[in-house]
Design a binder for this molecule. Structure first.
Ligand SMILES: *Cc1c(COP(=O)(O)O)cnc(C)c1O
Length: 348
């Protein structure tokens, strides 16, 4: 049967998500999940749906109630919001909408590996533009003709950020749309919501990280209503289920809870950055809920493997041309204490 597949599908490798071990007992610091539970208000709202008539019926295809809440929170027209089954769904929708077969997707590198996979699926090419040595965007931007340009901001795996002046300059240089993937923006000092006034900027958000709802699958995009209207044509009609719509809305409405968990994560991030540095790692100042730790004195792959033996899972990443490192999620204080304790035994 495989001879009937499109050649680009047959030849592609496929995206490898971070490991989700089946047995518990791992300290899981490899996929940037939030160590704290979701907002109790979100859980209550979803429990209510389970005990109502809502699952029998199709959900609202546009997520009107969610869009109203999100519009108010972000200070934008609800018609500038597109709902998605996780922000990965939004990334798929924009790829299908903008990138022709044989087209070009560009992103600064190293960054989120899914972008290249989206190009593979679409039958498009992917080209990376290396960040400058201080993790900024090169000026002028060398690939203005891409059908889609994606910037993860804060970036993964580095946790670094580019400011809105650079993003606006990039948006103006491009002859196509700019996606600012803000999966980690709630952990950062700034965000690009304001740039969605530009006709070619789309900001994507997720509830997976800052709202502790990775298992629910909910994300959204912000762009001009004109653009959103077009993207709605591309999405699956019922891409978000009734449970996630209600849970996401309630989570957004509980900003006090977000503030509390975010403050804890940022404090832990600060502490683990310092401790890893004193263990000989180079750690970039992070604006996300993970840190990127590298070493010049010894390889880090054996450290990853040794941690795994001790039931601590971090993400080992190797980017040809950029070197390798460990991307370590900011866990709870107890989890990071465990990590640092084991790390001390490994590197000293
Ligand atoms: C986690 C992540 C996403 C995906 O988020 P989902 O909403 O869970 O699909 C998107 N972009 C980046 C850079 C991420 O790290």
């Amino acid at each position: 049967m495989s001879q009937f597949l499109r050649p680009n599908i047959r030849s592609m490798v496929g995206y490898t998500p971070g490991e989700q071990p089946q047995d518990s007992g791992f300290v899981k610091l490899n996929t940037n999940e939030n160590p704290y539970p979701p907002s109790p208000r979100a859980l209550e709202a979803m429990a209510e749906v389970l005990h109502s008539d809502r699952l029998r019926k199709y959900p609202d295809p546009l997520g009107t109630a969610f869009r109203k809440t999100a519009g108010k929170l972000f200070g934008v027209d609800p018609d500038s919001i597109l709902i998605g089954n996780g922000s990965d769904d939004i990334l798929t929708i924009v790829t299908r909408a903008f990138v022709p077969e044989g087209g070009l997707i560009v992103s600064p590198t190293p960054s989120y590996l899914l972008y290249a996979t989206l190009a593979d699926i679409q039958g498009a090419r992917f080209e990376g533009v290396p960040f400058t040595s201080d993790w900024q965007l090169p000026k002028p931007w060398p690939k203005p003709n891409a059908h889609l340009t994606l910037v993860a901001n804060p970036n993964s795996p580095t946790g670094t950020i580019v400011n809105n002046v650079s993003l606006e300059r990039l948006a103006n240089e491009l002859h196509g749309p700019l996606i600012v993937d803000e999966a980690y923006a709630d952990f950062a000092d700034a965000n690009a919501t304001e740039l969605t006034r530009l006709p070619n900027v789309i900001v994507t958000r997720t509830l997976s990280k800052s709202y502790s709802l990775a298992g629910l699958r909910f994300g959204f995009a912000i762009a001009t209503p004109t653009l959103i209207r077009e993207l709605v044509k591309v999405k699956d009609s019922y891409n978000c289920d009734a449970l996630s719509l209600v849970g996401a809305q309630a989570a957004l409405e509980d900003q006090d809870y977000l503030k509390q968990t975010r403050a804890k994560i940022i404090a832990t991030r600060q502490r683990m950055t310092g401790s890893l540095q004193s263990l000989g790692f180079h750690v970039l100042p992070s604006q996300a809920n993970f840190v990127w730790a590298t070493r010049t004195d010894c390889p880090v792959k054996p450290i990853f493997e040794e941690l795994k033996k001790r039931r601590i899972l971090v993400r080992y990443m190797n980017y040809p041309g950029h070197g390798d490192g460990l991307r370590i999620s900011v866990g709870s204080d107890a989890e990071i204490d465990r990590l640092l304790e084991e790390m001390m035994g490994i590197v000293q």
